[in-house]
Design a protein around this ligand. Structure first.
Ligand code: M6P
Ligand code: ZN
Length: 186
Protein backbone atom coordinates (compact mmCIF):
# COMPACT_ATOMS: atom_id res chain seq x y z
CA UNK A 1 0.00 0.00 0.00
CA UNK A 2 1.20 3.50 -0.79
CA UNK A 3 -0.10 6.96 0.11
CA UNK A 4 -2.00 8.83 -2.58
CA UNK A 5 -3.59 12.24 -3.09
CA UNK A 6 -7.14 11.82 -4.36
CA UNK A 7 -8.90 14.74 -6.06
CA UNK A 8 -12.54 15.34 -5.19
CA UNK A 9 -14.70 17.69 -7.22
CA UNK A 10 -16.92 19.44 -4.69
CA UNK A 11 -19.63 20.25 -7.27
CA UNK A 12 -19.83 16.95 -9.18
CA UNK A 13 -18.56 14.42 -6.63
CA UNK A 14 -16.02 13.12 -9.15
CA UNK A 15 -13.21 11.18 -7.42
CA UNK A 16 -9.86 10.86 -9.22
CA UNK A 17 -8.62 8.17 -9.10
CA UNK A 18 -11.62 6.06 -8.05
CA UNK A 19 -11.98 2.31 -7.62
CA UNK A 20 -15.74 1.80 -8.00
CA UNK A 21 -19.11 3.48 -8.34
CA UNK A 22 -22.83 2.84 -8.58
CA UNK A 23 -26.03 4.78 -9.16
CA UNK A 24 -29.50 4.36 -7.67
CA UNK A 25 -32.70 5.00 -9.64
CA UNK A 26 -36.21 5.79 -8.46
CA UNK A 27 -37.52 2.33 -9.42
CA UNK A 28 -35.28 0.85 -6.71
CA UNK A 29 -37.16 2.80 -4.02
CA UNK A 30 -40.63 1.29 -4.08
CA UNK A 31 -40.56 0.48 -0.39
CA UNK A 32 -38.91 3.72 0.65
CA UNK A 33 -41.14 6.60 -0.47
CA UNK A 34 -44.62 7.01 0.96
CA UNK A 35 -46.43 8.42 -2.08
CA UNK A 36 -46.64 5.33 -4.33
CA UNK A 37 -48.62 7.11 -7.05
CA UNK A 38 -46.17 10.02 -7.26
CA UNK A 39 -43.32 7.48 -7.43
CA UNK A 40 -44.96 5.46 -10.22
CA UNK A 41 -45.71 8.64 -12.21
CA UNK A 42 -42.09 9.73 -11.94
CA UNK A 43 -40.78 6.29 -12.93
CA UNK A 44 -43.05 6.22 -16.01
CA UNK A 45 -41.85 9.68 -17.00
CA UNK A 46 -38.21 8.44 -17.01
CA UNK A 47 -36.57 6.49 -14.24
CA UNK A 48 -34.23 9.16 -12.84
CA UNK A 49 -30.92 8.50 -11.14
CA UNK A 50 -31.35 10.08 -7.71
CA UNK A 51 -27.85 9.49 -6.36
CA UNK A 52 -24.41 8.24 -7.25
CA UNK A 53 -21.76 6.80 -4.94
CA UNK A 54 -18.08 6.78 -5.97
CA UNK A 55 -15.38 5.18 -3.82
CA UNK A 56 -11.64 5.14 -3.35
CA UNK A 57 -10.57 1.87 -1.76
CA UNK A 58 -7.02 0.68 -1.19
CA UNK A 59 -6.94 -3.11 -0.93
CA UNK A 60 -5.94 -4.18 2.57
CA UNK A 61 -6.61 -0.80 4.21
CA UNK A 62 -8.80 -0.50 7.30
CA UNK A 63 -10.62 2.61 6.03
CA UNK A 64 -11.99 3.83 2.70
CA UNK A 65 -13.78 6.91 1.50
CA UNK A 66 -15.73 8.36 -1.39
CA UNK A 67 -18.49 10.72 -2.39
CA UNK A 68 -22.24 10.57 -2.61
CA UNK A 69 -23.88 12.98 -5.05
CA UNK A 70 -27.62 13.36 -4.58
CA UNK A 71 -29.83 14.99 -7.20
CA UNK A 72 -32.43 17.54 -6.15
CA UNK A 73 -36.07 16.50 -6.45
CA UNK A 74 -39.08 15.10 -4.65
CA UNK A 75 -41.48 12.18 -4.70
CA UNK A 76 -44.70 13.88 -3.63
CA UNK A 77 -43.71 15.89 -0.56
CA UNK A 78 -40.65 13.76 0.23
CA UNK A 79 -37.26 14.88 -1.02
CA UNK A 80 -34.89 12.48 -2.80
CA UNK A 81 -33.10 10.44 -0.15
CA UNK A 82 -30.75 7.49 0.33
CA UNK A 83 -32.04 4.09 1.44
CA UNK A 84 -30.68 4.57 4.95
CA UNK A 85 -28.84 1.89 6.90
CA UNK A 86 -27.22 0.68 10.07
CA UNK A 87 -23.76 -0.75 9.69
CA UNK A 88 -23.57 -4.54 9.76
CA UNK A 89 -20.80 -4.13 12.34
CA UNK A 90 -22.34 -2.32 15.28
CA UNK A 91 -19.00 -0.95 16.43
CA UNK A 92 -18.35 1.04 13.25
CA UNK A 93 -19.16 4.74 12.78
CA UNK A 94 -18.71 7.05 9.80
CA UNK A 95 -18.27 10.71 8.90
CA UNK A 96 -20.07 12.74 6.22
CA UNK A 97 -18.34 15.95 5.14
CA UNK A 98 -20.62 18.13 3.00
CA UNK A 99 -18.96 19.75 -0.01
CA UNK A 100 -21.87 21.49 -1.77
CA UNK A 101 -25.65 21.78 -1.71
CA UNK A 102 -27.85 21.43 1.33
CA UNK A 103 -29.62 18.62 3.06
CA UNK A 104 -30.53 16.87 6.26
CA UNK A 105 -28.90 13.83 7.78
CA UNK A 106 -31.47 11.80 9.72
CA UNK A 107 -30.09 9.53 12.45
CA UNK A 108 -31.65 7.12 14.90
CA UNK A 109 -30.69 4.42 17.39
CA UNK A 110 -32.37 1.06 17.85
CA UNK A 111 -33.83 2.19 21.16
CA UNK A 112 -35.57 5.31 19.91
CA UNK A 113 -33.14 8.25 19.97
CA UNK A 114 -33.35 10.46 16.88
CA UNK A 115 -31.19 13.35 15.67
CA UNK A 116 -31.11 15.60 12.59
CA UNK A 117 -27.94 17.28 11.37
CA UNK A 118 -28.06 20.06 8.77
CA UNK A 119 -25.80 19.23 5.85
CA UNK A 120 -24.18 22.32 4.37
CA UNK A 121 -20.75 23.04 2.89
CA UNK A 122 -18.21 22.79 5.70
CA UNK A 123 -20.27 20.61 8.02
CA UNK A 124 -18.61 17.33 8.96
CA UNK A 125 -21.22 15.07 10.55
CA UNK A 126 -20.04 12.49 13.07
CA UNK A 127 -22.13 9.30 12.87
CA UNK A 128 -21.47 7.21 15.99
CA UNK A 129 -21.46 3.39 15.84
CA UNK A 130 -24.94 1.81 15.65
CA UNK A 131 -26.79 4.95 14.61
CA UNK A 132 -28.81 4.42 11.42
CA UNK A 133 -28.29 7.22 8.89
CA UNK A 134 -30.12 8.52 5.84
CA UNK A 135 -29.26 11.65 3.86
CA UNK A 136 -31.86 13.83 2.17
CA UNK A 137 -31.31 16.56 -0.43
CA UNK A 138 -33.57 19.44 0.62
CA UNK A 139 -32.02 21.96 -1.80
CA UNK A 140 -32.38 22.80 -5.47
CA UNK A 141 -28.85 21.80 -6.48
CA UNK A 142 -26.92 18.53 -6.12
CA UNK A 143 -25.91 17.63 -2.57
CA UNK A 144 -22.32 16.37 -2.58
CA UNK A 145 -20.68 14.89 0.48
CA UNK A 146 -17.53 12.92 1.26
CA UNK A 147 -17.95 9.88 3.51
CA UNK A 148 -15.28 7.89 5.28
CA UNK A 149 -15.65 4.67 7.26
CA UNK A 150 -14.09 1.26 7.90
CA UNK A 151 -14.06 -1.14 4.96
CA UNK A 152 -15.52 -3.84 7.16
CA UNK A 153 -18.44 -1.70 8.43
CA UNK A 154 -20.92 -3.23 5.95
CA UNK A 155 -24.54 -2.19 5.36
CA UNK A 156 -27.62 -3.47 7.16
CA UNK A 157 -30.63 -2.24 5.16
CA UNK A 158 -33.29 -4.66 6.37
CA UNK A 159 -34.42 -2.77 9.45
CA UNK A 160 -34.97 0.56 7.69
CA UNK A 161 -36.62 -0.99 4.62
CA UNK A 162 -39.13 -2.91 6.73
CA UNK A 163 -39.80 -0.43 9.54
CA UNK A 164 -38.94 2.92 7.96
CA UNK A 165 -37.21 5.67 9.89
CA UNK A 166 -38.79 7.35 12.90
CA UNK A 167 -38.67 10.79 11.27
CA UNK A 168 -39.55 11.97 7.76
CA UNK A 169 -38.39 15.11 5.96
CA UNK A 170 -41.28 16.64 4.01
CA UNK A 171 -41.69 19.79 1.94
CA UNK A 172 -44.37 22.05 3.39
CA UNK A 173 -45.08 25.51 1.93
CA UNK A 174 -41.67 25.46 0.25
CA UNK A 175 -39.80 24.63 3.47
CA UNK A 176 -38.26 21.33 4.58
CA UNK A 177 -39.81 20.04 7.79
CA UNK A 178 -38.96 17.03 9.98
CA UNK A 179 -42.08 15.19 11.14
CA UNK A 180 -42.64 11.89 12.96
CA UNK A 181 -43.29 9.00 10.58
CA UNK A 182 -46.87 7.85 11.25
CA UNK A 183 -46.09 4.45 9.71
CA UNK A 184 -42.99 3.72 11.75
CA UNK A 185 -43.26 0.33 13.40
CA UNK A 186 -41.19 -0.52 16.48
C1 M6P B 1 -22.92 7.14 1.83
C2 M6P B 1 -22.20 5.99 2.49
C3 M6P B 1 -22.34 4.77 1.65
C4 M6P B 1 -23.79 4.55 1.30
C5 M6P B 1 -24.36 5.76 0.58
C6 M6P B 1 -25.79 5.66 0.16
O1 M6P B 1 -22.25 7.47 0.70
O2 M6P B 1 -22.73 5.76 3.77
O3 M6P B 1 -21.82 3.67 2.34
O4 M6P B 1 -23.93 3.40 0.54
O5 M6P B 1 -24.25 6.84 1.47
O6 M6P B 1 -26.63 5.36 1.26
P1 M6P B 1 -27.50 4.03 1.26
O7 M6P B 1 -26.50 2.93 1.06
O8 M6P B 1 -28.18 4.05 2.60
O9 M6P B 1 -28.45 4.16 0.14
ZN1 ZN C 1 -23.01 4.20 6.61
Amino acid sequence: MFPEGVTINALTGEVTPSTGEYTKRLSEFRRIYRDIKALDDLISAGDLVTYKVVEYRAEGSDIFFGTTTMMPGRVGAEYFMTRGHYHARRDRGEIYYTQSGQGILLLQTRDGETREIDMMPGTCAFIPPDWAHRSINTGETPLVFVWCCNQDAGHDYAEIVTKGMRMLVMEKDGVSTCVPNPNFTV
